[in-house]
Design a protein around this ligand. Structure first.
Ligand code: BGP
Length: 475
């Protein structure tokens, strides 16, 4: 009973949110490098290239590019069994359209993966985590352009071949469904390198972009398995249940339709075909997705081996749209759930929603699952003794891990691992702040970029260490 032997306890980060070294080792400019720091409630600005006098937090990150040895040693001290990070596409192909990779970039990840193994961690690697070469945006129009499929596959195959004996767990695109709200420029830009035009039919573009990404992902899965049949290559979606506001049947249908917007991406990647509800939606609304002969076979052959997802919150909806409000810091609309408390950034906290989500995914896909992000962003300052007593974080994780355990013990869910987001404080993807802290390890740096970058262990560091040591028994 409890967590299975070999359960992958770890943590998750993304290259652009912590590495820094944005111009080192031959790295090219990525989309993350042209986004300024925002603030809670103030979106990040996407600039046309890198402009002088602006604050670009991802340029330095937390300097992990130079400090990864010390940082991995600290995470190793907590007993991490795995570590999820991404490969910055721009370190390997600085512009994205080169035919030959950049050796210095490849070498950096060789060393990084070696260091993880040295510290007892299995690398869990995302190929595209909210970043791509900026050149592919300016020259090709981002994922609107089918040419990106082959460029991504070249990038993927280069990584698969180089790291085939060092990395077993892969993911193609981070939160591929986190662009379904076409009114949020940030997610469309980071995931697809596109900014929608004023008069553009955004859904038409979104579906075409998604088709290209599905193809790229499926081709990567097919090629990856040829390179190493033991690879486990997963999809990665942002998932959280949408509850109906009441038991009115209209609310139930609204909730179901809302969930379909996310399932759509998982259905294609895990079931290998476009689901009937989306084909009908296209037909009814006159959307035409351009496909070439053989595309559908590629999707079918390139099904993923496991389903990875991030879980931060649930949401709620109603059949009556007049009840909708802007929620979660402007990132979503829906109705308030009066049963849940919220984080400082307005994200509802719902541990039971995680158990519910695990069940929904297990039933729908019947694949092994991996929680590759979960956590709470908090405002934190060291006290007079330089200590951080992050009891709210401990309480958050205790509650979520308890529900994971029920999903395993009582519901029969096949869960491979758990990677809390940002085990070391890093740059927030949504706001670009340092102030939205997720870590077990504190990093001395503020929103303006001031600070010594010194690392220190928070109270939760010792707590999570104990959780891992007891395989989730002592919470
Ligand atoms: C997910 C992203 C991560 C991460 C996390 C927390 O959507 O995959 O990159 O940043 O959200 O979000 P934020 O950093 O905006 O608090």
């Amino acid at each position: 009973m409890g967590f299975p032997k070999g359960f992958l306890w770890g943590g998750a980060v993304a290259a652009h949110q912590l590495e820094g070294g944005w111009q080192e080792g031959g790295k090219g400019v990525s989309v993350a490098d042209v986004m300024t720091a925002g603030r809670h409630g103030v979106p990040r600005e996407i600039t046309d290239g890198v402009l002088p006098g602006k604050n670009y937090p991802n340029h330095e990150g937390i300097d992990f590019y130079h400090t990864y040895k010390e940082d991995l040693a600290m995470l190793g001290e907590m007993g991490f069994k795995c570590f999820r990070t991404s490969i910055a596409w721009t370190r390997i192909f600085p512009n994205g359209d080169e035919l030959e990779p950049n050796e210095a970039g490849l070498k950096f990840y060789d060393d990084l993966f070696d260091e993880m193994h040295k510290n007892g961690m299995e690398p869990v690697v995302t190929l595209s985590h909210f970043e791509m070469p900026y050149h592919l945006v300016t020259e090709y129009g981002g994922w609107r352009n089918r040419k990106l499929v082959d460029m991504f596959v070249r990038f993927a195959v280069t990584c698969f071949k180089r790291y085939k004996d060092k990395v077993k767990f892969w993911m193609t695109f981070n939160e591929i469904n986190n662009q379904r709200e076409v009114n949020v420029p940030f997610t469309a830009f980071t995931n697809s390198g596109i900014l929608y035009g004023e008069d553009e039919d955004k859904y038409q573009t979104l579906f075409q972009v998604a088709h290209h990404e599905f193809l790229a992902s499926a081709k990567a899965v097919i090629e990856g398995h040829k390179i190493n049949p033991d690879f486990k290559i997963g999809c990665m979606l942002a998932m959280g249940p949408t509850y109906p506001e009441t038991c009115r049947p209209e609310d139930q249908i609204a909730a179901l339709k809302e969930m379909d917007k996310s399932y759509f991406f998982g259905d294609v990647q895990a079931r290998g075909r476009y689901p009937s509800y989306i084909l009908k939606f296209w037909e009814n609304n006159g959307y035409k997705v351009q496909m070439e002969e053989g595309d559908l076979d590629i999707l079918e052959q390139g099904k993923v081996d496991y389903f990875a997802f991030s879980y931060y919150m649930s949401s709620a909806t109603s059949g009556d749209k007049s009840r909708f409000k802007e929620l979660q810091g402007g990132f979503a609309t829906g109705v308030e759930n009066p049963y849940l408390k919220k984080s400082d950034w307005g994200w509802p906290i719902d541990p039971i929603g995680l158990r519910y989500m695990l069940n929904l995914l297990q039933e729908r896909y019947d694949l092994p699952l991996m929680i590759v992000e979960n956590g709470i962003g908090l405002h934190e300052e060291p006290d007079a003794n330089g200590e951080i007593h992050d009891d709210a974080r401990i309480a958050y994780f205790q509650a979520h891990i308890r529900e994971m355990k029920k999903a395993i013990d009582e519901d029969g869910v096949d869960l491979w691992g758990y990677c809390p987001w940002g085990p070391i404080d890093l740059v927030s993807a949504g706001t670009g702040e340092m102030e939205k802290r997720y870590g077990f390890i504190y990093v001395d740096k503020d929103n303006e970029g001031n600070g010594t970058l010194k690392r220190s262990r928070k109270k939760s560091f010792y707590w999570y260490k104990k959780v891992i040591a007891t395989n989730g028994e002592d919470l």
